[in-house]
Design a binder for this molecule. Structure first.
Ligand code: ADP
Ligand code: ZN
Ligand code: ZN
Length: 742
């Protein structure tokens, strides 16, 4: 008791990265309270079970619901300053409530990996090598019998400001030689803080293009609206000058001393885009994406948090980056599904960013050539300002879309004669063709001619994809890989054949048809290695004639100025999907890919190969364009009471046992349904489309409602029920609010 009297707060409420939707109470020992000023957002070490865990203080309080005797004291403080600002703490708390996700997991997700692991929130210090006064003029000849030391000393002598550890490894110098020189008193080491802040990029004064009338109107609107919260949807075809508009707006905010967060899709940040930012702004730009090391990400995070970095370009997780002077959030390609996290903490970075901007009273700019139905609905209801760019910037023309009827036609390696003829003409003009097929690998199926056996994944209800180049069978759902088989495991026949085609096969076959033409494949397999994509794009720019073949990776962000023909090999894929979002996704993908054609001075042509040329959707998309297509699609969603008019939550359960997940969700439904509001509609439990994935049998239950409140109430009841009962069963569950997949 006396202890509590001495400290300003007796207890802290701590978030821990555990799957429990609760905070944990700890006592503040007197010794710690006297030496530290505890604040929410600081990390602490606390006893948990039999071990000590790192947690984050969420609140300080004088009251605990638990018996004070039972509450354990915290072990130690980990930070002197909060690593989570109050603003971000509130965002995390909101997200935990909205997404029904454990608060500890949300808070830890908001931190860079190294901070989750206990690294200090400080720039790294690196040892730099410097010469001593003696070493500065030491004759290198005296080291002729120690060539490594000679090289090392020579390099340091040539760098009067010192040699960083990183340069030492770039120059391939031997660290042991450096140590020997240190022992001889010729070199010394000095720790320096790594801080990229202050380092400027190759800024160039540019002559900016004169904005066309639509761009000018959009820019003016955004500049007028820049002081308060509001959301604008910048809706313009690819190449209509959206980026130019937001660069102008960003420039003004940076002049105002603000920071700007630009969110980009997972693989949407191209070297070209980055270059455009770097040459445009005379300011620090930090990147935050999944191809960076944990240390690089922490450094980027620190630069943003310090306010030095005026521009932060990042993927999904950058929605949580601290930025004390944040003045604008731009979400490029806002329709992209990589903004939604598909496992664990299933948040949507766009929605979260909008929430964040609202709390900060700053504007949000969403940009897309194919806005999501959600955003279009908001624009139609005037919740978002709808800024349209309908013509292409400069003189570029809108590509023409043409359907190619495949019915009854002879196909050559999956191409109609018409498509091949167009390809030839295009290549003869020394222009480039883009072939789109959203299926990587050589073939989606391997079959036995004698017995009909099909190579299937042992852990999932799917077939294995054939990858000939890598000589493998690969499951695209659980990543299982095995050597490519040449005899049937059932009947030992050697007559195995592939069915269907993927990008790898199309690449091989096109190279036999167009022997002289460079063929470049762009998909997840060909771009796995770091910098592979940059090399590929460079090659594309080097050649005049070329065939590019790729998956949806091609639909993202790239500028291929010499592509004038786009061939969509299989426009029907996705059209008959069981997912009500299938149409939206297909239309977005086709429109985005088509938008790669004719971006510069030359007009583009798009061919859609289809067995359903009269299908209303394909017809509408070709003749009337995406906006019209989407508005029709929205009307259909409204009539069917689907999102975005109804709000949806999916509860997913999975178990190693075939029946268990299904039975469990049924039991929950029986227990809870009487407690739900009449405004909540329940469907299920039903089996997932691919029931078994990575050895887990998956079932789901879907809830929807026109109002959020009753839906959240129902989900709260479910979440409590599931958490209670999951402890007794070996079942995993996930709550997916505003799901994008079924
Ligand atoms: P989007 O982001 O909509 O794809 P961009 O802003 O990248 O469009 O513009 C496409 C191309 O047109 C870029 O090369 C850009 O520099 C150029 N551009 C943009 N606005 C204009 C303009 N008003 N006049 C001339 N060229 C422009
Ligand atoms: Zn067989
Ligand atoms: Zn699998």
């Amino acid at each position: 008791m006396s202890e509590a009297m001495l400290t300003p707060y007796s207890f802290i409420k701590v978030a821990l990265p555990v799957p429990m939707r609760t905070l944990f109470d700890y006592k503040v020992p007197k010794a710690i309270a006297l030496r530290h000023e505890l604040k929410p957002g600081m990390r602490v070490k606390v006893p948990f079970g039999k071990s000590t865990r790192l947690g984050v203080i969420v609140a300080l309080t004088n009251h605990s619901d638990w018996d004070p005797e039972q509450v354990k004291p915290l072990t130690a403080m980990h930070d002197e300053r909060p690593v989570i600002t109050q603003e971000l703490m509130e965002l995390c708390e909101w997200a935990a409530r909205y997404y029904h996700h454990p608060i500890g997991d949300v808070i830890f997700h908001a931190l860079p990996v190294l901070l989750r692991k206990g690294e200090n929130a400080e720039f790294r210090t690196e040892n730099w090598w410097l010469t001593t006064p003696e070493g500065q003029h030491f004759s290198l000849e005296k080291l002729s019998r120690a060539p490594r030391q000679q090289d090392f000393l020579k390099a340091v002598q040539q760098h009067p400001n010192g040699l960083s550890q990183q340069t030492v490894s770039v120059l391939d110098l031997a660290p042991a030689a450096g140590k020997s020189l240190e022992e001889k008193g010729l070199l010394r080491r000095e720790p320096r803080t790594f801080n990229k802040g202050g380092e400027k990029h190759a800024h160039q004064t540019q002559v900016l293009p004169t904005l066309n009338p639509e761009q000018a109107i959009a820019t003016e609107h955004l500049l007028d609206a820049r002081h308060h919260f509001n959301v604008s949807l910048l809706d313009g075809v690819t190449g209509s000058g959206k980026t130019e508009v937001f660069l102008r707006v960003m420039a003004r905010l940076i002049e105002d001393g603000k920071q700007v967060l630009v969110m980009v899709p997972e693989i949407g940040l191209t070297p070209q885009t980055l270059k455009r930012f770097e040459t445009r702004f005379n300011t620090d730009i930090v990147l935050m994406h999944s191809n960076m090391s944990d240390r690089e990400r922490l450094d980027a995070w620190l630069l943003a948090a310090s306010g030095h970095a005026k521009i932060i370009i990042g993927t999904r997780s950058a929605a949580f980056i601290p930025a004390p002077n944040l003045g604008l959030i731009v979400i490029d390609e806002e329709h992209d599904t990589s903004y939604k996290q598909h496992e664990g903490f299933r948040y949507h970075a766009r929605d979260l960013a909008i929430k964040r901007a609202q709390a900060l009273d700053i504007p949000v700019l969403l940009a897309s050539a194919t806005p999501s139905y959600e955003s279009l609905a908001n624009a139609l209801q005037k919740k978002f300002a709808w800024l349209k760019l309908r013509s292409r910037a400069g003189n570029a023309l809108i590509p023409e879309m043409e359907r190619v009827d495949l019915r009854g036609k002879t196909l050559i390696h999956g191409f109609s004669e018409q498509a091949l003829a167009h390809m030839k003409l295009c290549l003869d003009r020394k222009e480039q063709v883009l072939v789109f097929l959203n299926r990587r690998g050589y073939a989606p199926t391997l079959m036995c001619h004698q017995c009909g056996w099909i190579a299937a994944c042992d852990h999932c209800d799917v077939n294995l994809t054939v990858h000939k180049r890598a000589n493998k069978l690969h499951c695209h759902h659980c990543d299982t890989q095995k050597a490519l088989l040449h005899t049937c495991p059932e009947c030992h026949s050697e007559e195995l054949f592939t069915v269907g085609e993927g990008t790898e096969q199309v690449e091989t076959q096109l190279s036999t048809l167009f022997k002289e033409v460079p063929i470049l494949r762009i998909d997840r397999d060909s771009t796995q290695r770091k910098a592979a994509m940059a090399k590929l794009t460079q090659k594309i720019h080097e050649h005049d004639q070329a065939i590019l073949i790729g998956t949806q990776m091609l639909a993202k962000g790239h500028h291929f100025p010499n592509v004038t023909l786009v061939i969509i090999m299989d426009a029907d894929a996705g059209l008959f999907s069981s997912d009500f979002r299938g149409m939206e996704r297909t239309a977005q993908l086709i429109t985005q890919v088509a938008g790669r054609a004719g971006r510069a001075k030359k007009a583009g042509h798009v061919l859609l190969q289809t067995y359903h040329p009269d299908h209303a959707a394909i017809e509408c998309l070709c003749n009337l364009g995406y906006e019209h297509f989407a508005i029709d699609g929205l009307a259909e969603r409204r009539s069917l009471s689907l999102p975005p008019f109804f709000h949806q939550v999916i509860v997913r359960a999975e178990s190693g046992n075939e029946q268990e997940a299904m039975q469990w969700l049924s039991a929950m439904r029986n227990d809870l349904e009487p407690l739900f509001s009449k405004d909540v509609y329940l469907v299920g439990p039903y089996a997932a489309i691919i029931v078994r994935k990575a050895g887990q049998h998956r079932a789901l239950i879907s809830l929807k409602s026109a109002q959020r409140a009753p839906l959240h109430h129902a989900v709260q009841l479910m979440s409590d029920w599931l958490e209670q009962s999951a402890r007794q069963h070996r079942i995993r569950f996930a709550i997916d609010v505003d799901p994008l997949e079924t």
